[in-house]
Design a protein around this ligand. Structure first.
Ligand code: DX5
Ligand code: ZN
Length: 231
């Protein structure tokens, strides 16, 4: 189970201290939301910030590009220290070349899908990715309510992963708290991006541990339910 605090919910006046907090927390990944004011109606930060934070921790940097022109950003973020770069399937015809470019830069490859987009859109790419990031809110802002209608997409992705013997992570991003994390894990997710819930706690390490335990318990319940013999 991957727990990935999202820096978007950190105190932007103290990014170095917040990164150090993540470093001590036992979190698996640090999720870095990059917004261009065009693909989504908000701006966040760029490769300069990622580069400045890189020396502060060895935690895996998971960069989420919510950008209309990711092709101009892949190299800068790879150089800045991204370990994985997610682009959006909504970019259409460009997706294949973007995924290939991320791989050729030696970085892990992520593909994100927005709530209104049909899950069939990601099917052609499943054997070329390391993570499928199912957006569980409409991207652009932290602190939004989880959209439950996205959960069948997690279930479908988990079924495809099983059937095709693939091992990409299934991530969920948006509105992931101590309740919804269990629903996501039960549906088959194994990477959990969480901003407001995790950064809002004074004890980030305890919050990360709690979220991981809830996810593990829900996943175990799902496995046990599958093993019950049909009557
Ligand atoms: C949404 C971002 C998320 C966001 C999640 O546009 O992609 O990563 O930080 O934040 P919470 O957990 O507050 O919904
Ligand atoms: Zn994100």
């Amino acid at each position: 189970m991957i727990i990935a605090p999202s820096l978007l919910a950190a105190d932007f006046g103290r990014l170095a201290a917040e990164t150090a907090r993540v470093n001590r927390s036992g979190a698996d990944w640090l999720h870095l939301d990059i917004m261009d004011g065009h693909f989504v109606p908000n701006l966040s930060f760029g490769p300069g910030v990622v580069k400045a934070l890189r020396p502060l921790t060895r935690v895996f940097f998971d960069v989420h590009l919510m950008c209309s022109k990711p092709e101009i950003l892949l190299e800068p973020f790879a150089r800045a220290g991204a370990d994985q770069i997610n682009i959006h399937v909504e970019l259409g015809a460009q997706v294949t070349s973007l995924l290939w470019k991320i791989r050729s830069l030696g970085r892990k490859v992520g593909l994100a899908i927005n709530p209104p987009t049909q899950i069939s859109a990601v099917q052609p790419y499943l054997d070329s990715i390391d993570e499928l990031l199912v957006m569980t809110v409409n991207p652009g802002f932290g602190g939004q309510a989880f959209i439950y209608e996205t959960l069948p997409k997690v279930e479908q992705a988990a079924a495809w992963r099983r059937e095709r013997g693939l091992n990409f992570h299934i991530g969920v991003d948006g509105g992931v708290d101590f309740t919804t994390v269990a629903d996501c894990a039960h549906a088959g997710a194994d990477a959990f991006v969480s901003g407001t819930t995790l950064f809002g706690k004074r004890n980030l390490a305890a919050a990360v541990r709690k979220m991981r335990a809830l996810a593990q318990r829900a996943a175990a319940r799902a496995t046990a339910a599958e093993c019950v013999p049909a009557r």
